[in-house]
Design a protein around this ligand. Structure first.
Ligand code: FO1
Length: 442
């Protein structure tokens, strides 16, 4: 927890402005708000500000998020904590709410993205009460793990492992709040709130991943019981459903990485197996928050390491054997059925397999006229179709593909220069390509 802005407490409720960590249980930001409220004998209120559009999110992501929020409202009500859904921009709606209800202090969760930094700054300028920020998303708070942008997992891993024991602890229970809020509270009108959205309604919800805290716990149990054992063998095989499928739930905060890590460590699996999964879940994921937090250009080629910018510049004019437009890529109309299948998996399932994400990104780089255009298309498609789009993990993964972020230089070649190359044969050795193509291209 850290104090964003000082101020004088008022006599009203303590408020948690929920944004990234959309869960009632095991949420450090909410637990901190409740602690504050108990010290000052105040009620607790949770507000969520539903914005009309958010970085290209479509109906697919908003639906997943709102269904999860409905569950949050129910769970909070059982704990005597009212949930307010505000619609509009937080820089206006949050200060209004604070003034109207004479809020004592405001708490919010942490996101490394530019948009959340702006929201926080503008809210802080418009309120005069204490304003706290709690990193409820990472196990080791982003600003504690490292004070600067890390070069790669190798430099970040020791820092995480050194501080992990202090933070990887069990959560206290969210108590039924002893002080009831006496103010008026009309019933949340979810339908009416959804009408305020100005989003692309043509991307449908996915039916294979149902939203919500309870469903996330079920998927975690299923992963531990049926998949973790095969994780090292099958995790890179997109024809097998061997990944955890937890990333959309983590993205919306419907489950915490801390809970997942605690359950994996409690399981009786061999350490080298769990270490592999925890490397992805903890080191790689927190490294992506580190990258986005300390590098404001995380969605541009400006964020690439200098060796990558140099080598890509040198190869800007290399002949591209294939050149595709955004539409051709979006509809999977390239010469490569494997790549087309990966695009269709993203469109249909809303979650492209982790291994295929690399091939998918590398080929966009190879088949477009510039690294800038490649980044723009990859981010656009990822954020339009992926349930976990707009996530630091996504921006970092794309920057890894296009510009060697957190990677090293490789043997120089056309177009990529010294940025790591991936090809069809690389996939052939990993899994049955024909099976994968049949699965997604019919
Ligand atoms: N956060 C909000 O506070 N309000 C929103 O209306 C909102 C919409 C939204 C839609 C898609 C999506 O992927 C994320 C969205 N978020 C929203 C932000 C999200 O919860 C995180 O805060 C960000 O992803 C930052 O990591």
């Amino acid at each position: 927890m850290r104090l964003i802005a000082k101020g004088n407490m008022k006599r009203g409720p303590m408020v948690y402005w929920m944004s990234r960590d959309q869960r009632a249980k095991e949420n450090w930001a909410l637990l901190f708000t409740q602690d504050l409220a108990q010290i000052y004998h105040s009620p607790v209120i949770v507000v969520f500000c539903l914005v009309p559009q958010f970085l290209g999110a479509t109906f697919r992501q908003y639906h997943f998020m709102v269904e999860g929020l409905k569950e949050v409202e129910k769970t909070l009500a059982e704990k005597n904590i009212p949930f307010f859904l505000l619609t509009g921009l937080p820089n206006k709606k949050i200060p209004e709410f604070v003034k109207k209800h004479k809020v004592s202090a405001l708490v919010t969760d942490f996101s490394p993205l530019r948009i959340k930094k702006e929201w926080k700054r503008e809210v802080a300028q418009r309120i005069d009460i204490p304003f706290y920020e709690v990193d409820a998303h990472n196990i080791v708070p982003c600003w504690t793990a490292s004070p600067k942008q890390e070069y790669g997992a190798y430099s970040f891993r020791p820092k995480i492992h050194r501080t992990l024991p202090e933070f990887l602890e069990n959560y206290p229970r969210l108590k039924r709040h002893p002080i009831t809020w006496k103010g008026e509270k009309e019933k949340t009108d979810w339908g009416k709130s959804m009408l305020t959205l100005k989003i692309d309604q043509t991307v449908p919800p996915v039916d294979c991943l149902k939203p919500g805290e309870k469903r996330a716990q079920k998927i975690l149990r299923d992963f531990l019981r049926n998949k973790l054992l095969f994780y090292d063998k099958d995790r890179n095989d997109p024809t097998k459903d061997a990944q955890s499928n937890l990333s959309p739930y983590i993205h919306f905060g419907q489950i915490s990485a801390q809970r997942i890590a605690l359950e994996v460590l409690k399981s009786s699996f061999a350490r080298e197996l769990t270490d592999l999964f925890l490397e992805e879940l903890i080191v790689r994921r927190e490294l992506s928050d580190n990258f986005c937090y300390y590098n404001p250009d995380y969605d541009s080629i400006k964020a690439f390491p200098s060796w990558a910018k140099e080598t890509l510049d040198k190869h800007r004019r290399d002949r591209r054997e294939y050149l595709y437009t955004q539409d051709q890529l979006e509809y999977g109309h390239t010469h490569d059925p494997l790549w087309n299948a990966s695009q269709m998996e993203m469109v249909k399932r809303g979650k492209l397999h982790g291994y295929m994400r690399m091939y998918w990104g590398k080929k966009i780089m190879e088949w477009t006229e510039s690294p800038e255009y490649a980044m723009k298309i990859a981010i656009y498609l990822n954020d339009k179709y992926e349930l976990d789009g707009r996530d630091p993990n996504g921006y970092t993964g794309i920057a890894w593909c296009m510009g060697g972020v957190h990677d090293r230089a490789w043997k120089e070649r056309d177009i990529f220069g010294k940025v790591r190359y991936m090809n069809y044969n690389g996939c052939k050795s990993k899994f049955n390509i024909k099976t994968y193509i049949e699965k997604w291209l019919n």
